[in-house]
Write a protein that binds this ligand. Structure first.
Ligand code: DGL
Length: 268
């Protein structure tokens, strides 16, 4: 089985790590580090980037696609019902993972602006508070997961949630699980939700086979990406390849292999 994942950088590794533990497969992971971060750009821009990447994955003949990036996923809502290759939405997984009534959500600027978590959770009768925590992305990309500086930044972003007394906190960006220990310490008695756990449950019926292998395609510096893989102790066999933006841009034509555009246009 060949499975595709994508993110702006190393955030999606928090999803890949959990998937690969349960589902042995051949993974193709696109890290668009050259154009990262995604969360500070416009929704239209990220929709185009996401379509290019999905086109690239479709050309690689992946049999399933995991949006390992909430920001990208937030721009793809209109395509959700039209995917021809099974597509797993990280935002839907996060919403489905919620069990309690008072929910706090953190994500990138764009994910929070999209209001998707808030809308879908409120539709289930929950009270929701949300806040962007974009700086967490830079900290994680720098490979800084512990220490006083991280604690101060986490505190700065999460402190305003206290008054709301959330029962749950959704980590609505795949970079954030790397800071989970510090976040959990600051939000004691709050259930911390990593949507990746739910996304893994979605495929628990699938049976993989053989030894997993990961092909990483990195638009920025592949050596730097590999250094980060080593730093987080990624232990599965892999290969890191460079992917030119010009090449990726051309792959947008294959988006239609993954998604029935006419159905989207027809419904719009
Ligand atoms: N890891 C991504 C997410 O889940 C994007 C972070 C970024 O590039 O801003 O939203």
């Amino acid at each position: 089985m060949t499975i595709g994942l994508f993110d702006s950088g190393i955030g999606g590794l928090s999803v890949l790590k959990k998937l690969i533990e349960t589902l042995p497969a051949h993974y193709v992971y696109v890290a668009d580090t050259m154009r990262a971060p995604y969360g500070t750009k416009t929704s239209d821009t990220i929709e185009v980037f996401s379509r290019e990447i999905i086109g690239f994955l479709a050309e690689k003949k992946v049999e399933r696609i995991f949006a390992a990036c909430n920001t990208s996923d937030s721009t793809l809502v209109k395509y959700r019902g039209a995917f021809k290759i099974p597509y797993h939405s990280i935002i839907q997984a996060g919403v489905n993972a919620s069990k309690y009534d008072r929910v706090a959500v953190i994500g990138t600027h764009m994910t929070v602006q999209s209001g998707l978590y808030k809308h879908d959770l409120e539709a289930r009768g929950k009270k929701v508070i949300q806040r962007p925590a974009q700086l967490f992305v830079s900290i994680v990309e720098e490979g800084i997961f512990y220490g006083n500086m991280v604690e101060a930044v986490v505190k700065f972003y999460l402190e305003p949630f206290r008054k709301f007394k959330p029962q749950e906190l959704i980590l609505g960006c795949t970079h954030f699980p790397f800071l989970k220990d510090i976040i959990a310490r600051l939000m004691d008695n709050v259930r911390i939700i990593d949507p990746a756990d739910e996304i893994v449950r979605e495929v628990s019926h699938l049976v993989g086979s053989g030894r997993s292998f990961v092909e990483f395609y990195v638009t920025g510096n592949p050596e730097e990406f590999e250094r980060k893989l080593k730093k987080i102790g990624f232990k599965y066999p892999y290969q890191v390849k460079h992917l030119e933006i010009a090449e990726l841009e051309q792959k947008v034509v294959y988006f239609e292999r993954a998604c029935d555009i006419d159905r989207v246009l027809g419904s719009g």
